[in-house]
Design a protein around this ligand. Sequence first.
Ligand SMILES: CC(C)(COP(=O)(O)OP(=O)(O)OC[C@H]1O[C@@H](n2cnc3c(N)ncnc32)[C@H](O)[C@@H]1OP(=O)(O)O)[C@@H](O)C(=O)NCCC(=O)NCCS
Length: 164
Amino acid sequence: MSIRITPYAEANLQAVETLLDAAFGADRHQRTAYKLRIGLTPLPDLSFAAFDGARLVGVLQSWPVALDSDPLVLVGPVAVLPDAQQGGIGRAMMDALMRAAGRQPMVMIGDPEYYGRFFGFTADTTADWELPGPVERRRLLARHAGHLARPGVLHAFAPEHLSA
Ligand SMILES: CC(C)(COP(=O)(O)OP(=O)(O)OC[C@H]1O[C@@H](n2cnc3c(N)ncnc32)[C@H](O)[C@@H]1OP(=O)(O)O)[C@@H](O)C(=O)NCCC(=O)NCCS
C-alpha cells in the first residue's frame, strides 16, 4: 500500500462523509466535538487527507476554537477507513499536522492510549474546561497548552470573532 498525504482540499466532500460514517457511525453528529465546530470550516493548512491511489482512506480535520479568548486548534475527527486501519495512516496524518502546526496549542477528544502515546497529548491541563456537551474527562486532551491549565469555556472561534 503506497499512501499519499495531501491537503484536505484534495478530498471529495461526499467521500469524506462516507469515510467518517464508516469510522465513527452515522450518529456521530451528536458528539460534543461536533457542537464545538458548528459554523466553522476546517483550517486548510492544518487539515489533511490520505489516499491509496485514487481512494480516500483517511481524513484529519482541524478547526479554530478558543478557551475564553485564547485560541487553540481543535483536532478531529481523525479517521481511517476500517479496512485500512493499523497501517500507519493515522500516524502519518498526525505527523503532517505536527509539522504544520509547530507549537500551536491543540485540543482534541480522543483516546489517550493513542494520542498520548504517540503525540504527547494529555488531559492534565483540561480538567476545568467547559464544553458545549458531555465529555469523558480522560479523553479531553491538549498539547502545548500548559499555560491554559485553568477554568475556561471552550467554544468555536471563527475569524469574524477576531474583529468583533
Ligand atoms: C484511531 C485511528 C485514527 C488510528 O489510525 P490507524 O491508521 O488505524 O493507526 P496507526 O497505524 O497510525 O497506529 C497503529 C498503532 O496505534 C494503536 N492504536 C490504534 N488505534 C488506537 C486506539 N484507539 N487506542 C489505542 N491505541 C490505538 C495500534 O494498536 C497500533 O499500535 P502498535 O504500533 O503498537 O501495534 C483509526 O484507527 C480510526 O480512524 N479509528 C476509528 C475512529 C476511532 O475509533 N477513533 C478513536 C479515537 S478519536
